[in-house]
Write a protein that binds this ligand. Sequence first.
Ligand SMILES: CC(C)(COP(=O)(O)OP(=O)(O)OC[C@H]1O[C@@H](n2cnc3c(N)ncnc32)[C@H](O)[C@@H]1O)[C@@H](O)C(=O)NCCC(=O)NCCS
Ligand SMILES: Nc1ncnc2c1ncn2[C@@H]1O[C@H](COP(=O)(O)OP(=O)(O)OP(=O)(O)O)[C@@H](O)[C@H]1O
Length: 203
Amino acid sequence: MIRLGLTGSIGMGKTTTADFFRQEGVPVYDADAAVHELYRHEAVEPIGAVFPEAIVDGVVDRSILSQTLAQNPGKMKALEAIVHPLVRRKQQAFLEDQELAGADLVAFDIPLLFETGGQKQLDKVVVVSCDAETQRERVLARPGWTEEKLAMVLARQMPDEEKRARADFVVETGFGLEIAQAQVKDIVQALRLEADVPWPEDE
Ligand SMILES: CC(C)(COP(=O)(O)OP(=O)(O)OC[C@H]1O[C@@H](n2cnc3c(N)ncnc32)[C@H](O)[C@@H]1O)[C@@H](O)C(=O)NCCC(=O)NCCS
Ligand SMILES: Nc1ncnc2c1ncn2[C@@H]1O[C@H](COP(=O)(O)OP(=O)(O)OP(=O)(O)O)[C@@H](O)[C@H]1O
């Protein structure tokens, strides 16, 4: 089984690109979705111990958490120390399920893949990328996002240029959906060919 990482900085188009992989029949683990789920269940208690104001009706309120972090960016480290080990556990469970199901190719959509060293457990990495101005416009168009919040997030992410340099494949999302989808098809085809190569027989 080939384990493919899918990463890219904020607003680069990871979610959209992950859906193109799903359309090619590739099961995709979604780290952001895992965090959303954790904020309703396992992460509520440990986050409540450090950020009591962020627990509303028994779940983590992301907008309150964001406000706390904007006032005190140093607290992001404490949050990551709680969230990242829980996310890794969910990722491991996904991998085991897919191994049992006999999948030939699986992808892991992980925003902070390089920043957390997660690529070491994967075989190849796809970086999703576009120009910085398009990225900024996309993020600031989202409700609740400001220049300050974007700067706080970007400061904790590896620069796009460095990610591109480390990639096995780059999907360009600044030229429309069709071009990006065609690139995904090519990547999946190349990886499936690689996975099909039979091992040389023992002599
Ligand atoms: C800061 C929070 C509250 C903002 O929530 P909100 O719903 O507004 O945004 P969302 O979670 O969709 O994040 C949007 C993007 O921000 C980036 N981002 C999120 N957390 C981080 C982080 N700790 N460091 C760098 N970038 C981050 C990612 O590119 C992500 O895709 C939230 O992102 C959070 O709790 N982050 C800490 C957990 C974490 O590290 N998640 C990253 C994926 S494992
Ligand atoms: N290939 C593309 N062509 C045109 N627009 C795109 C393309 N890929 C993504 N977009 C647009 O860019 C925006 C951000 O995309 P998406 O939500 O997939 O990014 P993301 O990397 O998952 O973001 P985040 O890291 O912030 O969660 C969306 O409005 C999406 O429609």
